[in-house]
Design a binder for this molecule. Structure first.
Ligand SMILES: [Zn+2]
Length: 154
């Protein structure tokens, strides 16, 4: 598959796609993997990481339950966008991140059409993560037209 997304993983029932931010100005899947191992987890808790340059990296395999949201891990996919307080408006994601996020969401919605897209804060009142306005983001997503099949840039 040209996108590089593994296809043998449609085993888990998925009803939510949940967006997070890293609360850091830098990072990638390997760095977050280290942070999460330092917390005693066996690997990165997110399924995808969107780097500042727009590169989409795979984290935990989709077939495996993630570790990113209290109470909803079993049936959700976790996406982490690298960034922090800057994220008060959707536009503050880099243009590359925004484009990659839309393409990734589009792809995941094709795989799991009934899955709903949420920001972490919508499922946990104590969080502001991903510090993006979900209403605005979903409005953007509704208008999104994919340019090609390539979701994962390697
Ligand atoms: Zn979060």
């Amino acid at each position: 598959m040209e996108s590089g997304i593994r296809t043998s993983m449609k085993k888990r029932k998925i009803d939510k796609i949940i967006l997070h931010c890293s609360d850091s100005t830098f990072g990638n899947a390997a760095i977050i993997d280290n942070w999460h191992r330092e917390r005693g987890w066996d690997c990165i808790g997110y399924h995808y990481v969107i780097c500042r340059d727009g590169k989409v990296e795979e984290g935990r395999e989709l077939a495996r339950i993630g570790s990113h949201v209290k109470g909803y891990n079993r049936t959700s996919i976790g996406i982490c966008i690298i960034g922090r307080l800057l994220f008060t408006e959707v536009e503050v994601m880099t243009a590359e991140q925004s484009e990659s996020l839309m393409a990734l969401l589009y792809h995941l919605k094709e795989m799991y059409p009934s899955a709903k897209i949420h920001g972490h804060y919508e499922l946990d009142k104590h969080k502001t993560c991903p510090n993006l306005c979900m209403t605005k983001l979903l409005r953007e997503f509704a208008k999104f037209q994919p340019m090609g099949k390539r979701v994962i840039k390697t």
